[in-house]
Design a protein around this ligand. Structure first.
Ligand code: GTP
Length: 170
């Protein structure tokens, strides 16, 4: 028979890495060149069907600005999956992503399924973080890794399908 899964998903990462843009690409199929910075957090829902399983995502898109850091546990607590996002054109954002992963390992749900997204893959000429660096870090931490572009839609549906697949199995 059919199975329905409701899953809380949280996106974390440096300001400007593209969290909101990835969610808007997935939920609405849209991209804004001048996406405003998130204040506090934003909530979205989306449904994905995989074979016999329907996944309803409750998505918390957190604000990357440091002043909102203390709010993050409210959003990752109880989450089934987390996507840590960095910008491939910013080494600082990659360092920040590593810190998020550490925080989730220490304070997140022990069964949390973690994904790493190296976003803005369309800006290859400005790349500062190698594909291998992201891949290696993800491997060391048992995360699924994808390079994405909210702008071109590269790997965005794939990312959410990977999450759905893992959640359907969990
Ligand atoms: P905060 O809300 O401040 O935490 O930022 P965020 O991580 O949600 O980033 P946001 O989605 O607001 O994107 C920041 C800027 O980067 C916006 O101007 C987006 O248009 C741009 N951007 C996001 N994703 C991409 C991408 O894949 N490629 C390119 N070229 N630009 C992107």
């Amino acid at each position: 028979g059919n199975k329905n899964v409701q899953a809380k998903l949280v996106l974390l990462g440096d300001m400007g890495a593209g969290k909101t843009s990835l969610v808007l690409r997935f939920v609405k199929g849209q991209f804004l060149e001048y996406q405003e910075s998130t204040i506090g957090a934003a909530f979205f829902t989306q449904v994905l069907s995989l074979n016999q399983v329907t996944i309803k995502f409750d998505i918390w898109d957190t604000a990357g600005q440091e002043r909102y850091h203390s709010l993050a546990p409210m959003y990752y607590r109880g989450a089934a999956a987390a996507v840590v996002v960095y910008d491939i054109t910013s080494m600082d954002s990659f360092v920040r992503a590593k810190k998020w992963v550490q925080e989730l390992q220490r304070q997140g749900n022990p069964n949390l399924i973690m994904f790493l997204a190296g976003n803005k893959a369309d800006l290859a000429e400005k790349r500062k973080v190698g594909f291998e660096d992201g891949e290696q870090f993800a491997k060391e931490n048992g995360m699924v890794f994808l390079e994405t572009s909210a702008k071109t839609a590269q790997n965005v549906n794939e990312l959410f399908y990977e999450i759905a697949k893992k959640l359907a199995k969990a």
